[in-house]
Design a protein around this ligand. Structure first.
Ligand SMILES: Cc1cc2nc3c(=O)[nH]c(=O)nc-3n(C[C@H](O)[C@H](O)[C@H](O)COP(=O)(O)O)c2cc1C
Length: 355
């Protein structure tokens, strides 16, 4: 690796400062291990896993690689037990459920909990090299225990003030997640719908605001994007959408096809809290457009998921949730190891143009 900034490779024990974004539901042990084996850092979205499943997934990754791995959890505030979507949102979704033959819309409820003791016990036992959080950090006692287990701690920030708070609370590096990022925005200090700093504006401001290595995320699809992030002051990158088209990713048929057709069809992405209760970015389709129009009536995160998730089971591209970042149209299909090697070669070529 010819990149001069070696802070992340040193901190994380990896060769290239390229992190596979941990993506709940989309990353697999095979994808995470392939990225780690290729010299990046394989990540796995573990937030929905109960302790036994979490342990099994960590064992599965370790069965495929002995390199560092990264597990990720959500640290959102638990919603009130009586949270519910508004009447217009429920009526619109009931109509979609009827059309899909899914029956009566259930009450909104949380499909999973914020990072909890049971998951922490598995982390303490298995001690993965890196643990990250989204939507801010959990209670400081939990953070301290993750650190005491020897794990490097990362967390996403969507504004300089969030990065400063994360630094004060002891994270080892900050993920600067821009507005164009696929999936959920990790925003945690201000109104979730107000944060709108793009990767281009966010990365240099966070690099100036904290003394920690900054990992740029959001819209980075190829070596041009990685080189740009490095020039903005990032020490490395976290990439999600570009890995969704790898065969090792767990992505539905309609989602995979939509990613590959995004360039030809010029499919835009939309940010809405209508799918889960918090803002998240995905490819525009009928479901995204209809929930966006009523998103002020969404149930609190993550309860709204109970009203939208089953629609994806129909495999209808207009009703499936297809998380993707603003760079989706640059998607390419190749095995994850090949994608990492391609990204490294492209970054070196891009940087060489400025040498
Ligand atoms: C399908 C999908 C699922 C995601 N799930 C998670 C998650 O579970 N935890 C997390 O911290 N970030 C998650 N993210 C956000 C990524 O960590 C990262 O910020 C984002 O992918 C970067 O933007 P990009 O997709 O344009 O590369 C997800 C992103 C996508 C596309």
């Amino acid at each position: 690796m010819a990149w001069s900034d070696t802070r992340l490779p040193t901190l994380l024990g990896i060769e290239h400062p390229i992190l596979l974004a941990p993506m709940a539901g989309a990353t697999t042990p095979e994808l995470a291990a392939a990225v780690s084996n290729a010299g990046g850092l394989g990540g796995h979205g573990a937030t929905t896993f109960a302790p036994e499943k979490l342990k099994a997934e960590i064992a599965a990754i370790r069965g495929l690689t002995n390199r560092p791995i990264h597990l990720n959890f959500f640290a959102h505030k638990e919603p009130p037990a009586d949270g519910e979507a508004g009447p217009a949102m429920r009526a619109m979704l009931q109509a979609l459920w009827n059309g899909a033959g899914l029956g009566t819309l259930p009450p909104a409820e949380s499909p999973w909990r914020s990072f909890h003791e049971g998951q922490l016990a598995v982390i303490e036992e298995t001690r993965p090299h890196v643990v990250s959080f989204h939507f801010g950090l959990p209670d400081q006692k939990l953070v301290d225990r993750v650190k005491a287990a020897g794990c490097i701690v990362l967390c996403s920030a969507t504004a300089p003030a969030e990065a400063v708070e994360l630094e004060q609370r002891g994270v080892d590096a900050v993920i600067a997640q821009g507005f164009e990022a696929g999936g959920h925005s990790g925003i945690f200090l201000s109104d979730p719908m107000q944060g709108a700093m793009t990767t281009m504006t966010l990365v240099p401001q966070i690099a100036d605001a904290v003394d920690l290595p900054v990992i740029a995320a959001g819209g980075i699809m190829d070596g041009r994007g990685i080189a740009a992030a490095l020039m903005l002051g990032a020490a490395g990158v976290q990439i999600g959408t570009a890995f969704l088209s790898c065969p090792e990713a767990h992505v539905s048929g309609p989602h995979r096809a939509a990613l590959l057709e995004a360039r030809e069809k010029a499919t835009p992405t939309l940010l809405t809290r209508g799918i889960s209760g918090r803002p998240a970015r995905g490819l525009k389709n009928r479901l995204m457009s209809e929930v966006k129009a009523l998103e002020h009536e969404a149930a609190p995160f993550p309860m709204q998921n109970a009203l939208t998730r089953a629609l994806g089971g129909t495999n209808d591209p207009q009703l499936s949730v297809m998380w993707a970042g603003g760079g989706a149209a640059l998607s390419r299909t190749m095995p994850a190891a090949e994608l990492v090697a391609t990204l490294v070669a492209e970054t070196e070529a891009a940087l060489a143009r400025f040498a």
